[in-house]
Structure formats: C-alpha cells, structure tokens
Design a protein around this ligand. Sequence first.
Ligand code: FAD
Ligand code: SF4
Length: 507
Amino acid sequence: MRRLIIILGDQLDRHSAVFDDFDAARDAIFMAEVPFEAQHVWSHKARIVLFLSAMRHFAEALRLEGCTVHYFALGTHPHQTLGEALAATLQTHAPQQVVMVPAGAARLNEATARVCQPHQTAFELREDRHFIATLAEFNAWSKGKKSLRLEFWYRQLRQKTGLLMHENEPIGGQWNFDHDNRASFDARGPGLLPVPLGFAPDAITHAVMIDVNAHFPDHPGELTGFDWPVTPAQAQAVLRDFIEQRLALFGQYQDAMWTDQPWLYHSKLAAALNLKLIHPLQVCQAAERAYQEGTAPLAAAEGFIRQILGWREYVRGLYHQKGDAWLTMNALDAEAPLPDFFWTGDTPAQCLQQTIGQTLQTGYAHHIQRLMVTGLYCLLAGVRPQAVHEWYLAVYVDAVEWVEIPNVIGMSQFADGGLMASKPYIASGKYIDRMSNYCARCPFKPEVAVGDTACPFTTLYWDFLDRHEARFAHHPRLALQVKNLQRKTEEDRAAIRARANQWRAPR
Ligand SMILES: Cc1cc2nc3c(=O)[nH]c(=O)nc-3n(C[C@H](O)[C@H](O)[C@H](O)COP(=O)(O)OP(=O)(O)OC[C@H]3O[C@@H](n4cnc5c(N)ncnc54)[C@H](O)[C@@H]3O)c2cc1C
Ligand code: SF4
C-alpha cells in the first residue's frame, strides 16, 4: 500500500486535500468506530448515532466509487481507541505514508503521529480546505494583538470572500446589523412556525441505532425523533429549506426563546457543517443570494453570514492557537460541581428545564439557550469550566472540540480571562424574562433575589458580583454593576449568599 488516508467522523468531505492525489489502485482509506470517542465524555445517543451513521454513509459512497475502505465498525473489533485500530492497520497493511487533515480535537493529531512512529510510517497533515480561512491567515491576523475581537476578523473575511460587499465597502453601508437582530416575541408568541425539514432514519441509520443502544445503553439522550441529515444531499436539502422557510426571520429572532419551540428560525446546520457534509462558503453564498433575490432582508442575511464567516472561523483559529491549554483555563477560580439536573432536566426553574429537556430529547439548543441559560447558570454558580465543557461536548449533536471548547471555556465561562469576550456575559433572570416566556410558567420570579420565590439567576447574579467584587470593581464594563451591588446592605448580601449556596450545593 502506498498511502493510508485517515478519515475521522468529522472529516466526511470527498473534496478534502487528503484525496488530492488519491489512487484507488495503491491507496486505501481508514475509518474506525471506537468506544473511547463516545465515552471520554458521556455522549448523547443522538450525537453518537449522527457521527456513526454519517461515517457509514460516507464509507458506502467511497466503496461504490471503487475505493478500498478499512472500516472498523462498532462491535466487530477489539480496539478501544483510534490509535489501537490504526496501529493494527499499519501492522497488517504497512503503508508507506499516512495522510490526514488536522483533527477537530488537537489530542488526535498527536496520537496519530505517535502511532505512526514505531512503524516508521511517514505522517503528513494537510491543510483542511473545509474552512473559509486558513490557520495561517488567522495566525497572521492575530499576531501581536493584545485582544482578538471577532468584528475585525469578520471584516477581513468579508473582504476576502466579497460576501455582501460592493467595491470593497459593505453593502448597506455598515458591517453589522446587530441592533436590528435582538427582538423577542410579544405575548402572542411566535405563532405558526415552519417545521424544519428532517429525515426518517434509513436502513444504515437504523442499524447504527441498534448498535448504539447495545453498546451505550446507559448514555443520556433520546433517539426517538432522530431526523438529522447524514449525507451531503440531505445537508443541501436542509440548507434549501432554511433559506426558503426561515432565513428571513432568522436575524430578528435569533436571540428569542419560547416554551416548547426548540428550532424557531434557526438553521439546524451546525452538525452538517461540522461533519463537513456541506461547505461553509456555500452556506454563506446561499444566504447572500437570498438577499440579492429579495427573499431575505439584509439584516437577516448579514446576521446569519456573521455567525458562520465570523464566529465559526474565529473560534476555529482561537482553538488551534491554544490547543489543549484551553482545558486548564480557570480565570475565575470556579470549582463548584455541575448540578445533577443537567443530566435530567429535573428542576423547577423553567428556563433550565426547557433548555436541558429539549437538549436531552433532540441533542440541540440554540445559541442563546446555550449561552444565556445553561452557560449563564454555570458561570454565575461558579461551576468548574472543565465540567461545563464535558457536558457541552457530550450533549450537542454538533459538538466537536474545536468549536465547543472556545465557546464554552472562553465565551460562556470567561475562564480564558477575557481572550474572547471583553467581559463575562452575566445577567439576572430579567434578561431571560425579556427574551422568552419561560418566567411566566416558573415558580420563581425573575426580579426576586432572596426567599422562596427568588429566581436562581437573579440570586446567583448578585452572588457572582459579591464573590468577584474586587476583581471587577474597576472593570470598565462591569464597574457599574459592582456599584449597584455596593448599594445593598450587608444583611441583603448575606441573604443572597445563603440562597446562592443552596443552589450551588450538589442537586
Ligand atoms: C456555550 C456554547 C457552546 C457551543 N457549542 C457549540 C458546538 O459544540 N458546536 C457548534 O457548532 N456550535 C456551538 N456553539 C455555537 C452555536 O450555539 C451553535 O453553532 C448553534 O446553536 C447551532 O445551531 P444552528 O445550526 O441552528 O445555528 P444557527 O443559529 O442557525 O447559526 C448558524 C450557524 O452559525 C454557526 N455559529 C453560530 N454561532 C457560532 C459560534 N458561537 N461559534 C461557532 N459557530 C457558530 C454555526 O455553524 C451555525 O450552524 C456553542 C455556543 C455556546 C454559547
Ligand atoms: S424566573 Fe428565573 S428560573 Fe424561572 S424561568 Fe425565569 S429566569 Fe428562569
């Protein structure tokens, strides 16, 4: 064998650089389903099914093309890790070279290189073209900067791609329409919502579901209703459905939340993007086209493009710059355990019950639910960032380390001390009340900080400021909030601490 091409579960891209000089007569492909990747965090069953089903579909398409695929299916081999399965393949087939694009988890690049060494097999990492910017471009942009703010990176990529640009200027005269994109629903709620396109499990997905239930019976999450796209054709159909049915209102309501409405106007594309079933540039171009054709307002198209061209490319660059160092960051010295109700949704707090409940049911919550409900709770309660990271990586179908880790450790928990965000995203229950109807059905009251009806977010918000008073007293963007805390009497502060400790105790 000349070359062994490694394809991981989040690298299902037929146009990947690993195939550039592929010769079916002399090269082969390696793919493996191994227990460790589902167990190192306690993965949601839907997340495991999605990855394995998409992998099996990809392998089948390669075989139909005449490629040799050495595929280790779950339960048909003794290997626990990718390294073990790869070592066995190198032993049997002795390829001259192993080729891969960088893994979405830095640990896997090093592990692969380590496995190749004793076999004296050359190991080549190629550029991953399934992103809009290269890592070298990100590193050049970030070099020497004290703070790495998204906005400037986003503008550079708008210029690079020409997306929503006219003669080097942003269409509409401004780069960012964020102020148009913060609406919540009035008391009538969102009304009749378009039902997002889904796909009934086919024979391959059914077989994976049986395997996952057999191998990981006690893992969290449900499989009923699994309808995620598992092939490039299905991912294209999801994109079309989103552009036609939901993009026009995406921007306006991207921060809104509503009881029993997990999808609202969101695209549901993150999993397909992260598994590389669809290219991010194509997704952005489809949104731009909708604006040009008059079917989506500029604010919606720009807001959506910014999520992918801006945020997604930005967190990827940041992840690869810091690598595993992310996992030891804990700037706020947070040490509380993750509450048990994160694994059950069993809490009277409606916003948490809704967000965690839908997460366990579907493997999905939208950005504001992740940032300003579960993430905010952990930030305010001072949960250990590593535990928060493990939960997020486990429960979301779109979770891969490169995108999950900076979002959790950096953006939501401020454990990076301000590398990503200029201040921690703290808020009381009043924010959730403004953006949703959760509070109307909750036994707690968003404006109350102590006593039996106190909203945990409001209690923990004041407690956060109390615990970090010295740290943030002179912070340009938090000093005012600390001043408000200082207006409270010592008795009020003691009552807040006592109530906060009740929520922080393991439950
Ligand atoms: C604490 C936390 C954890 C997160 N973990 C993940 C994760 O594991 N995987 C993941 O893909 N996204 C993650 N995100 C980002 C975002 O919440 C999800 O991409 C989004 O909710 C997925 O749903 P959607 O496809 O319907 O997105 P939409 O709301 O329709 O947004 C469109 C697309 O923009 C991209 N996007 C939006 N925000 C971000 C962001 N902050 N970072 C990177 N890409 C973004 C995604 O590709 C998404 O599909 C996280 C955000 C937070 C606050
Ligand atoms: S009152 Fe507090 S706990 Fe209840 S839903 Fe509102 S924000 Fe959540």
